[in-house]
Write a protein that binds this ligand. Structure first.
Ligand SMILES: [Zn+2]
Ligand SMILES: [Zn+2]
Length: 433
């Protein structure tokens, strides 16, 4: 039972047999579902998760026979588990997997391979929307715009646009997403402390369409703890990608997720109690969203999709148009291109080696400066401090696979530095030896 991270690293999950018999059968137990006093064997654990999802779907009438259900897939464990359980519980339902490739280097391709493998294994048709094909841009390009430190918000705009488009293109009745208990609760806490009660009411497990052409949105996993979903995915041997998006940032939801897990140490049913208070006591008091007035919409002058914008150009098209003004969107050099460029521009270039120190000491690119690879996750001010004297230079990064050095490049670009990555560093590193 292993899963792949970022196309290379392999993580293994080995369930240790517990010294207990399964609460439901004679087998040896291997797992305890979070927040319960059960000990379960593999088969009973899988059935236990499926039963919970089935109860959610029936109780909240998430979809009915004959409806076309689209499942948004990310390549990660949550949406993979959702698709597997839906397919198992409703084998004759019309289910379609949807993957939006945002052209994020060292991420989107790995995620797409996992999604393709997953759909093949589960025999589910897959619809891929490729941003580079459709718009000629990738999310990474936005580091060249005024949104360089708000890439995740631009990404959110583009995702929502294409998910709405997918509903139309595929004529879907229902959209299912892999949001789980920890997502629900962490988002709830974060919205509550911001006083955002309209968004809070959107955390319902079912959101009916607000106007014609929209699909119903459902979250069949909303009451399942994240840890159980991870275990479901690895125990079922689902192809998943553990890689996280290189643009990912520390969101308030992440803070609340770790707070929730701390609370679990005091009271193992804490998450379920909180969910129950939210569903039974708070949600009924919250205002439901008003349907948008359809006469306030105009067709976008660029793409034709309806938009409430007074400029008659939708927000997606406005963001994408920012990139038309950017002539040079280069973030990477191949080793060959770099060597040619370096030989002519030596004095304005600094090369950084972000591999482990012992690898650096064994041999590196001439004049390369070693940078602790852990710096990539350092706090903003420490990260900035490390590079602030190199503002006027072109900073070139290299590591073994290109991914870690690319993370450095993105972070520096967001801070306004002129940074580039080496795309196939192995060729450069061979030259060193
Ligand atoms: Zn059992
Ligand atoms: Zn548009």
């Amino acid at each position: 039972m292993k899963y792949i991270k970022c196309g290379a690293e392999v993580f293994e999950f080995k369930p240790k047999p517990l010294f207990k018999t399964c609460s439901y059968c004679e087998e040896r137990a291997i797992l305890r579902p979070e927040g319960t006093s059960l000990y379960l064997c593999k088969d009973c654990f899988l059935k236990f998760c499926e039963k919970r999802v089935n109860e959610n779907i029936i109780k909240y009438k998430m979809f009915s026979e004959g409806e076309r259900v689209g499942v948004f897939l990310s390549g990660g464990k949550d949406s993979a588990t959702l698709l597997a359980i839906l397919k198992k519980l409703f084998p004759t339902q019309n289910i379609i997997g949807i993957y939006l490739n945002l052209g994020i280097r060292y991420y989107s391709e790995y995620a797409q391979s996992a999604v393709e493998e997953l759909c093949k294994k589960l025999e589910v048709p897959l619809h891929i929307i490729d941003l580079v094909e459709r718009e000629g841009v990738r999310i990474d390009d936005f580091v060249f715009t005024s949104f360089k430190d708000k890439v995740c918000s631009v990404c959110g705009v583009i995702k929502r646009y294409y998910f709405t488009k997918a509903v139309k293109e595929l004529n879907l009745d229902v959209i299912a997403t892999g949001h789980h208990l920890d997502d629900t609760l962490s988002t709830m806490l974060s919205l509550f402390f911001n006083g955002d009660f309209i968004s809070l009411s959107r955390l319902r497990p079912v959101l009916p369409p607000l106007h014609a052409g929209q699909a119903k949105k459902v979250k069949p996993l909303f009451s399942l703890p994240e840890l159980d979903i991870f275990h479901y995915a690895v125990l079922s041997d689902l192809p998943i990608e553990g890689c996280s998006c290189p643009h990912g940032e520390l969101t308030p939801a992440k803070f609340w997720k770790s707070w929730l897990n701390d609370m679990l140490k005091e009271d193992k049913t804490f998450k379920f109690r909180l969910l129950s208070i939210f569903m039974k006591k708070l949600l009924p008091l919250l205002p439901k969203e008003e349907p948008e007035k359809e006469d306030g919409f105009y067709p976008c002058q660029v793409c034709g999709e309806p938009t409430p914008s007074k400029s008659h150009i939708c927000v997606k098209c406005r963001r994408v148009s920012l990139l038309q003004k950017v002539e040079d969107k280069r973030l990477e050099w191949t080793a060959e291109e770099f060597l040619t460029y370096y030989s002519q521009n030596r004095d304005k270039i600094l090369v950084f080696d972000v591999r482990e120190k012992e690898d650096y000491e064994k041999g590196t690119f001439p004049s390369a400066i070693w940078v602790d690879p852990n710096l990539v996750s350092a706090e903003e001010k420490d990260f900035f401090k490390h590079f602030k004297n190199y503002r006027r230079k072109e900073l070139i990064f290299l590591c073994y696979s290109g991914r870690l050095s690319y993370l450095f490049v993105l972070r520096l670009r967001k801070l306004g530095f002129n940074a580039y990555n080496i795309k196939n560093p192995e060729k450069l590193l061979q030259k060193i030896d």
